[in-house]
Write a protein that binds this ligand. Structure first.
Ligand code: GTP
Ligand code: MG
Length: 303
């Protein structure tokens, strides 16, 4: 779908406001990009193409960790410290475990109040809809694992540790301090046994306190060192390119599926064939072949 001249100039204005650092413009842009309406999609694509050349400066950080580890508290403290260092912060909250969203969103709105009020910060909880089509899909980057003091190493999936570029043991304060230090030492030992994902980066383990702010400065320095090391070797650019290509294939896959489901030849056959597959009367492979042939307008043997 093609946006008219009015839509085009609205998108140009939005792009200009976005580059000017306007928070309301950012909020509108995120809403636009998350929207699944076809006319919004067209505008969103136009907007993204306009601003894409200016996105290279941002560092994207993925943060994950077990429930209650202190992720929200950490993000608020880390974000405020970052603002103090002259950064501008955007937080996209994703809850991949559930489609409900509301609870976590409210929790974070109340937990990150100080950061939410900061003019240099922007916080957007992503809705279930956005996860299906928007931000979450485009939010895979360096993962920073936040482990609460008290978590055993086994408590965190090994797979996550292998993906992490930085591991934080939070709650290194008060009575939990000793325990956090021991945990951090254990993680550091474990990390040395794992083959590093980047030859130029040794995964760091840090004990931090999101409550007192201890250790948070070092995390900002790790982020800067990580970026500098990968930029120096060319891995940073290579990774961005790979991510863009992976996103291209994801878009192709999603686009094909959308077209497939919407095609009349599929719509009229789908319910019956799904029932047959569910009932074991037809194998998934043969059913898929039949539907694909119908979609592509090829002659099939069967009705
Ligand atoms: N002592 C101490 N408590 C902390 C620290 N960080 C967070 N907490 C507390 O731990 C609890 C959980 O913190 P959250 O920030 O909500 O943790 P979360 O990982 O976002 O939790 P979910 O979003 O529910 O998974 C809260 O009661 C915090 O006050 C810390 O550094 N030290
Ligand atoms: Mg939280």
């Amino acid at each position: 779908m093609q946006g008219g001249p009015a839509a085009a100039s609205a998108v140009d204005e939005l792009a200009a406001a976005l580059r000017g650092g306007s928070r309301p413009a950012l909020a509108r842009a995120v809403t636009l990009v998350e929207s699944t309406r076809p006319d919004h999609r067209a505008e969103a694509e136009r907007l993204i193409e306009k601003v894409l050349p200016f996105t290279g400066g941002a560092t994207r950080i993925g943060i994950t960790g077990p429930p209650g580890a202190g992720k929200s508290t950490f993000i608020e403290r880390f974000g405020l410290d970052g603002i103090g260092r002259g950064h501008r912060i955007a937080v996209l909250v994703v809850d991949p475990g559930s489609k409900r969203g509301g609870g976590a969103i409210l929790g974070d709105k109340t937990r990150m109040t100080e950061l939410a009020r900061a003019p240099a910060a922007f916080i957007r909880p992503s809705s279930a809809g956005a996860q299906a089509g928007g931000v979450a899909r485009r939010t895979r980057e360096a993962i920073l694992v936040c482990a609460a003091a008290g978590d055993e190493l086994q408590g965190i999936k090994r797979g996550i540790i292998e993906l992490a570029d930085l591991i934080l043991v939070n709650k290194a304060d008060g009575e939990l301090l000793d325990h956090a230090m021991r945990s951090a030492a254990e993680y550091a030992n474990a990390v040395h046994l794992i083959r590093p994902a980047h030859a130029e980066w040794q995964v760091a383990v840090r004990a931090v306190s999101a409550l007192t702010g201890d250790g948070i400065d070092a995390v900002w320095e790790d982020v800067a060192r990580f970026r500098a090391a990968l930029e120096a070797s060319g891995a940073w650019t290579r990774r961005r390119a790979e991510q863009a290509q992976a996103a291209l294939w994801a878009e192709i896959g999603d686009g094909l599926l959308d077209r497939f489901r919407a095609a009349p030849a599929i719509a009229e056959r789908l319910a019956k064939i799904e029932r047959e597959v569910a009932a074991g009367k037809r194998t998934p492979a043969s059913a898929a072949r039949h539907l694909l042939a119908a979609f592509l307008g090829e002659k099939t043997q069967e009705p």
